[in-house]
Write a protein that binds this ligand. Structure first.
Ligand code: 13P
Ligand code: MG
Ligand code: MG
Length: 383
């Protein structure tokens, strides 16, 4: 029996055949082979959402372990090598810098990690969901997390469970903050829900700048509920290099919202920043795990794998592919319908991403060239 368990999800885009679609079979095989040989791994799963490979591991090394991070980076490097051999597009796309400390944060791959006491008296079963998205920025989860962890009018756990009713502490990150390379400092504000819900909304509505990094229970302040990867690729490179495509770990049930409360807001197929060239506003479509990106004009996608962990840190044999269920078919259709509406007016107005996001793309050069051509005219000097 293990006392403290760490659950680590690290994801990276290592390349894909035919555009930004999905990793090849051989790329996934090489990642599986490398991770399954690591002796620190208690259990693991390899999944993909669009072109992003996610490595899920349980271990006892704690968060930010250089052993765990280095092994995942090595597996991604090997997948990128396969991608190169196969001639795939964007080989090694998210493997931007090497990490002298071994910690992959700030070097391209996205990290969501939680460390917790395994099966204490107040939490006799460990239920976890991993939510992974492709073609979107880290703020893509803001709306869902607000509804699930701060909104009693949507999430009835606040009314039905005294522990959930005590609320949650949100760590909200300023994703514009750029630390020096190798410096792992983040700019975070801690806000308590429900009394600071308006402050939480003030920040979270700005999905391109502020993202939820972590959420803790207030009934059990040592218990972490949520960890989200909040790294921004353009902060590392200064230019558009693919979208951040966040992963999120959500411990659920008991003193946290139930899994149905956590996934419910995804019915709303929120309009988020991402899609083609990471430069549009489009709805987030819930899809089964291991889905390729093949939608008209990309379409941002999100998957959810739910499972349990036992006292030895082993995953339950059958996880549940939540958005793979037929109940989600109508929300897929809803997302496509919303997407068709948005495409009718792109690139005008809100159909394209905000000017801040666009400023990392080639459009910025055209804009600054045009700035120089503006001249001041009066009614007298006008042609
Ligand atoms: P990814 O961020 O998933 O690599 O997609 C990049 C892109 O430009 C798609 O059009
Ligand atoms: Mg890609
Ligand atoms: Mg991607």
């Amino acid at each position: 029996m293990i006392d403290q368990l760490t659950f680590t999800v690290i994801k990276a885009d290592c390349g894909s055949p035919g555009g930004h679609t999905q990793p090849s079979r051989k790329m996934l095989e090489v990642v599986e082979r490398i991770i399954s040989q690591e002796d620190w791994v208690l259990d693991h799963k390899i999944t993909h959402t669009g072109d992003d490979i996610a490595i899920l591991t349980t271990h006892t090394l704690g968060t930010s372990s250089s052993t765990a991070h280095k092994a995942c980076r090595a597996a991604f490097d090997a997948a990128a090598e396969v991608a190169k051999e196969e001639g795939n597009y964007g080989a090694g796309q998210d493997l931007l810098a090497t990490a002298p400390s071994g910690n992959v944060r700030g070097t391209g791959p996205g990290v969501a990690e939680v460390t917790f006491d395994l099966l204490p008296e107040h939490r006799p079963a460990e239920s976890i969901a991993v939510i992974a998205a492709d073609k979107c920025g880290p703020g893509a989860y803001n709306m869902a997390l607000f509804h699930a962890f701060a909104d009693p009018s949507r999430s009835s756990g606040f009314l039905l469970s005294p522990d959930v009713g005590k609320g949650f502490t949100f760590d909200i990150e300023d994703m514009d903050y750029k630390a020096e390379p190798g410096d792992l400092t983040h700019r975070i504000v801690k806000l308590n829900s429900p009394e600071e819900n308006i402050e939480i909304l003030t920040l979270l509505r700005q999905i391109d700048r502020f993202g939820v990094a972590r959420i803790h229970s207030r009934a059990y302040p040592d218990e972490i509920a949520v960890s989200v990867s909040t790294d921004r690729l353009h902060n590392i490179t200064g230019v558009y290099q693919g979208k951040d495509d966040p992963v999120m770990v959500i411990r659920n049930q008991k003193q946290f919202p139930a899994v149905e409360e956590v996934i419910d807001p995804f019915r709303l197929t929120p309009l988020i920043t991402g899609d083609a060239r990471g430069s549009h506003t489009m709805p987030l479509m819930p899809v089964p795990i291991n889905t390729p990106v093949a939608g008209a004009y990309c379409l941002p996608i999100v998957s959810c794998l739910a499972f349990s962990v036992n006292g030895e840190g082993k995953f339950s044999e059958n996880g549940v592919d939540i958005f793979g269920n037929l109940a989600w078919d109508r929300y897929r259709a809803q997302a496509q319908e919303r997407a068709d509406w948005m495409r009718q007016q792109a690139p005008f107005g809100v159909a394209m991403a905000s000017q801040e996001e666009i400023s990392y793309t080639g459009l910025a050069e055209r804009q600054s060239a045009l700035e120089k051509r503006f001249e001041s005219v009066t009614e007298e000097t006008r042609d």
